[in-house]
Ligand binder design. Structure first.
Ligand code: UFG
Length: 328
C-alpha cells in the first residue's frame, strides 16, 4: 500500500503542485483544505478532506481516516500587505492553525512534518546572498508568523520528538509543465501572474513598484524558483525525514540561486507573450526589500536537490501557457 501524506492547503498553488509530485513518486496525497483560497479543481491526485486548520476535530478526523505517515503544511494566509492590515487573522490561521495541526499529529502519533516557510523571515538583508544562518528579522506580520512557527518546530522537536523540516521558499513561480495546475490567487498580488493578466488584456496595464532601489536597474531583485522544482524538494525532504531519527529540525533555502529584477521579469513576459502591455512607474510598495537571493548550497548538498526548471524563461513560459489557456 502506498504511503499517505496529509497535505494541508493541498488545493492551493504550491500545495497542489506538491500533491502532483507526491503522487508521481508513489505516495498518496490527501488534501486537507477549507477551499477558502484553494480550488477544488486543483485536487487531482488524491482525496480532498474538506476542513479548516482551526478545527481540531476535523484534523483528528482526517488523520484517523487516512492515517498519514507525515504532514506537509501549506494552509496559511500569504499576502504580505493584507497581513499589515489584519495581523490577527494571520496569527490566528498561520500560528494557531499550525499549532492545531501539530497537536493533532501528536495526539495521533504522527511525527514527520514539512513546513512551507519563506525567505521573508530574514527581512531586509541588504546586498548579500541569504543562507539558512542569515539573521531572522521579519518585517511583516506574515513573515513573523512563519518565523514564529519555525521556533515552535524547534521546540516541538525537543519536547515531542517531532521530526520537522522548514523549507524557506524564495519567489515561488511558474506553473505545472503539463498545464494541469497554475497560480490563481484572488486577488492576485504577485508579479508574474499580474504581468500575464496584463499581456492577456485582463487588466489595463500594470505598475512597477519603485525604481529607486540600490539595484542595477533600480527595481527590486528577487530569486524566482519554479513551483515544480519546489514540489520536488518536498518529496526529497520527506524522503530524508524517513531516514532520520526523532528530534531533528532542519531548515533549507529553496531558490533558483540567481536574482532577476522586476524589469527583467516584465521584459521576459513581454517576449514570451509577444505583447507590449503598458507599464507605469509607481512609488515603492511598503515592506519590499531591495534584494532577496538564495544561497542554495545546503539543499543541493543535503537534499540532493537542484532547481532544474527555474530559468526565468521557463518560469515565465509555463506561467504564460497556463494563464493563456485557463484564465481567459
Ligand atoms: N511588483 C511590482 N508590480 C506588481 C507586483 C509586484 O512591481 O504589480 C514587484 C514587487 O514590488 C516586488 C516584486 O515585484 O518587488 C515581486 O513581488 P511579488 O509580490 O511577486 O513577490 P514578493 O517578493 O513580494 O513576495 C513573495 C511571496 C511572499 C514571500 C516573499 C518573500 O509572495 O509570500 O516572496 O520575499 F513572503
Amino acid at each position: 500500500m502506498s504511503k499517505t501524506i496529509l497535505v494541508t492547503g493541498g488545493a492551493g498553488y504550491v500545495g497542489s503542485h506538491v500533491c502532483k509530485a507526491l503522487a508521481a513518486a508513489g505516495y498518496t496525497p490527501v488534501s486537507f483544505d477549507n477551499l477558502s483560497n484553494g480550488h477544488e479543481w486543483a485536487v487531482k491526485w488524491g482525496p480532498l478532506a474538506r476542513g479548516d486548520v482551526l478545527d481540531g476535530n476535523a484534523l483528528d478526523d482526517a488523520i484517523s481516516t487516512y492515517r498519514p505517515e507525515a504532514v506537509m503544511h501549506f494552509a496559511a494566509l500569504i499576502e504580505v500587505g493584507e497581513s499589515v492590515k489584519n495581523p490577527g487573522n494571520f496569527y490566528r490561521i498561520n500560528v494557531a492553525g499550525t499549532l492545531n495541526v501539530l497537536e493533532a499529529m501528536i495526539r495521533a502519533g504522527v511525527n514527520a512534518f514539512v513546513f512551507s516557510s519563506t525567505c521573508a523571515v530574514h527581512g531586509d538583508v541588504g546586498d548579500v546572498v541569504i543562507t539558512e544562518d542569515s539573521p531572522i528579522a521579519p518585517i511583516s506580520p506574515y513573515a513573523k508568523t512563519k518565523a514564529v512557527v519555525e521556533s515552535i518546530l524547534a521546540d516541538f522537536s525537543i519536547a515531542h520528538g517531532l521530526n520537522a523540516v522548514a523549507l524557506r521558499y524564495f519567489n515561488a513561480s511558474g506553473a505545472d509543465p503539463d498545464g494541469a495546475l497554475g497560480e490563481a490567487h484572488d486577488p492576485e498580488s504577485h508579479l508574474i501572474p499580474i504581468a500575464c493578466q496584463a499581456a492577456l488584456g485582463q487588466r489595463d496595464g500594470m505598475a512597477i513598484f519603485g525604481d529607486d532601489y540600490p539595484t542595477p536597474d533600480g527595481t527590486c531583485v528577487r530569486d524566482y524558483v519554479h513551483v515544480t522544482d519546489l514540489a520536488d524538494a518536498h518529496v526529497m525532504a520527506w524522503e530524508r525525514l524517513m531516514t532520520r531519527k526523532e528530534n531533528t529540525f532542519e531548515v533549507f533555502n529553496l531558490g533558483g540561486g540567481v536574482g532577476a529584477s522586476v524589469r527583467e521579469v516584465l521584459d521576459a513576459v513581454k517576449v514570451v507573450s509577444g505583447v507590449d502591455f503598458p507599464v507605469e512607474q509607481h512609488p515603492r510598495r511598503a515592506g519590499d526589500a531591495p534584494k532577496l537571493v538564495a544561497d542554495i548550497a545546503k539543499a543541493r548538498a543535503q537534499l540532493g536537490w537542484k532547481p532544474q526548471r527555474s530559468s526565468l524563461e521557463n518560469i515565465v513560459k509555463t506561467a504564460w501557457d497556463w494563464h493563456r489557456v485557463n484564465t481567459r
